[in-house]
Design a binder for this molecule. Structure first.
Ligand code: GAR
Length: 194
């Protein structure tokens, strides 16, 4: 049984790399990564396409800011549908999805967020937790619904903030935890264990 997935990201792509490495190591369950898509033309995530012989596609977001333009929204839906995914993984995709986008892939979109939701929603989850002074933060994977960072939580991992941590060291700790959590969740979803 195959479980095609499409990954969307705007940044360096370390979580997409973790998924690709898990697939190469046969620890991604039934999941097969079909494509990488980004709204940022020079995003690191797109450079992974060559190394893993996968389509890596820049899709013009059509607008500056938090959302895709109406035309880009349709183009994204069409492009993603062409890969017939069972799962769309938002791995650092920094755009808010429209209701029509979410509806087009109802119950099939997950998002990785760098905090223990429902705390510290939004674009700066790590910094916000650090500046607040919480002693424990972490990362979450949740289903995407129209409620921003508010869909049902699938799984989480915690990270302690030690007195010696800087924002940079905390970022590193959270990213290392994300690289475990996200492939694990994708593997379990693909094996219908969640
Ligand atoms: C990750 O830390 C992810 O949790 C965060 O973007 C980073 C992407 O890193 N996502 C959000 O903040 C979503 N609100 P990567 O490009 O190295 O995978």
């Amino acid at each position: 049984m195959s479980y095609p997935i499409v990954i969307l990201g705007s940044g360096g792509g370390s979580n997409a790399a973790a998924l690709l490495q898990a697939q190469a190591a046969n620890t991604l369950g039934q999941a097969t990564i079909k494509a990488l898509i980004s709204d940022v033309e020079d995003a690191g995530i797109l450079r992974l396409g060559d190394s893993f012989a996968l389509p890596a596609i820049y899709e013009d977001p059509g607008a500056v800011g938090a959302r895709l333009s109406t035309a880009a929204n349709s183009a994204y839906i069409e492009r993603i549908q062409s890969f017939k995914p069972e799962l769309v993984v938002l791995a650092g995709f920094m755009r808010i999805l429209s209701e029509s986008f979410i509806h087009a892939f109802e119950g099939k979109i997950i998002n990785l967020h760098p905090s223990l939701l429902p705390s510290f929603k939004g674009a700066q989850g790590i910094r916000d937790a650090y500046e607040y002074g919480v002693k424990v933060t972490g990362c979450s994977v949740h289903w995407v619904t129209p409620a921003l960072d508010g869909g049902p939580i699938i799984d989480q991992m915690s990270v302690r903030i030690d007195p010696t941590d800087t924002l940079e060291s905390l970022e590193q700790k959270i990213h290392a935890t994300e690289h475990q959590l996200l492939p694990d969740v994708v593997a379990r979803l693909s094996n219908a264990k969640l």
